[in-house]
Design a protein around this ligand. Structure first.
Ligand SMILES: NC(=O)c1ccc[n+]([C@@H]2O[C@H](COP(=O)([O-])OP(=O)(O)OC[C@H]3O[C@@H](n4cnc5c(N)ncnc54)[C@H](O)[C@@H]3O)[C@@H](O)[C@H]2O)c1
Length: 341
């Protein structure tokens, strides 16, 4: 177990890595902890959570919206939750995003702790303070930036994570490799999903490396004026695909990364050979690299994306594997480039 404390905008966040969930009562008086989790987690981990005040929600992406948030807030009012309480989000990225958001808005702010339980939430969603909910087809359209008091990583939870969710999380790991870490790209290319499923220490080391990559980016640029923007690699089309076609986040991002790599060939002179290496790596980790999707339809959705700015959108391209760059591009040009794919 290790604890490191990082400082974001003056707020200190404890990263408790490889500890057990059983210690959470040491971070706040137990009777003033409110756990919020989803139905899957509540079912599997009944015994672990039964002595806590708990609210359980249907943790699907389609329910990551204001209606679910309002339902949780009504239950919090019924429990007389006040500012002396701490909310703890236990679950995947849907839960950590929603609980982070509620902790920022309920009575103008409560203390927050996060216990991410999916690969995706451990390597990405729970880190960096971004939270929020979807509005209709528009991903994460409403939200805030709020850092938790702590993030506790208990790798034991991964033992119950379904395999497709395990694969889903590797999309964000491959994204980190594409934009920031060529050596990790090579390590991933030498291994495969079965290796990380069977080798607990290698998996812990990989997740810790990804926590560090994301933290380094966020510490450099918490409010997304430059470097943090690169984390959106694959997400521009990925988000539009995710909500239009209702597929899992990582799977949609995987397809989005292939589109972004191909567009990088046109804009940055990114090599075709490296695009093929990315496709091969995604396929090795059982992620989809293409789908029968109408890119024109997704382009319409993009016009409402947070990254869009009138007639332009900020798009993340690759210069080479491990080096990314964001550029403003006109929708008109993007549309012509899509025709050439
Ligand atoms: N805030 C950010 O910076 C950020 C970054 C990336 C992604 N996200 C968000 O994260 C969400 C996706 O996260 P996700 O893939 O974790 O989705 P999720 O929360 O829906 O979890 C996926 C599924 O796995 C189950 N699950 C989670 N942990 C489990 C465990 N240990 N054992 C058994 N089942 C478990 C959940 O019940 C759910 O059915 C999206 O909404 C995305 O927008 C946010």
């Amino acid at each position: 177990m290790s604890i490191s404390t990082l400082s974001f905008s003056g707020k200190k966040v404890d990263y408790i890595i490889d500890d057990t969930f059983e210690t959470i009562h040491t971070y706040h008086p137990k009777e003033k902890i409110l756990l919020i989790t989803d139905t899957n987690m509540a079912h599997i981990y009944q015994a672990k959570i039964k002595s806590y005040n708990t609210i359980v929600v249907e943790g699907k992406e389609q329910n990551k919206n204001q209606e679910t948030v309002d339902g949780i807030i009504e239950k919090m009012l019924a429990l007389s939750v006040d500012k002396s309480w701490m909310l703890i989000g236990l679950g995947g990225g849907v839960i950590t995003d929603m609980v982070g958001y509620i902790s920022a808005i309920y009575k103008r702010g409560l203390k927050l702790g996060l216990v991410p339980t999916s690969i995706l939430a451990m390597c990405d969603a729970a880190i960096g303070g971004k939270n929020g909910v979807n509005v209709g087809n528009y991903k994460n359209m409403v939200g805030t930036l709020k850092q938790p008091e702590f993030i506790l990583f208990d790798f034991e939870f991964l033992k119950s994570l379904p395999k497709e969710e395990f694969i889903n999380g590797f999309a964000e790991i491959i994204k980190h490799a594409c934009i920031k870490d060529k050596a990790m790209f090579e390590e991933l290319s030498q291994n495969n999903i079965a290796y990380y499923l069977q080798n607990e220490n290698a998996l812990k080391a990989l997740i810790t490396r990804n926590i560090n990559i994301k933290n380094e980016v966020v510490l450099n640029d918490e409010f997304e004026t430059a470097d943090r923007y690169l984390l959106n690699f694959g997400h521009t089309f990925g988000h539009a695909i995710e909500n239009t076609y209702n597929i899992m986040h990582g799977y949609a991002i995987s397809i989005g990364m292939v589109i972004a790599a191909k567009l990088s060939e046109q804009v940055m002179g990114f090599s075709k050979n490296e695009t093929q290496q990315i496709i091969a790596l995604l396929e090795k980790y059982n992620l989809p690299t293409q789908a029968d999707i109408d890119l024109r339809k997704t382009l319409e959705i993009l016009k409402q994306d947070k990254k869009a700015d009138g007639a332009d959108i900020n798009f993340v391209f690759l210069q080479e594997i491990g080096i990314a760059q964001s550029k403003k591009i006109a929708f008109k040009n993007l549309s012509e480039m899509i025709n050439k794919l």
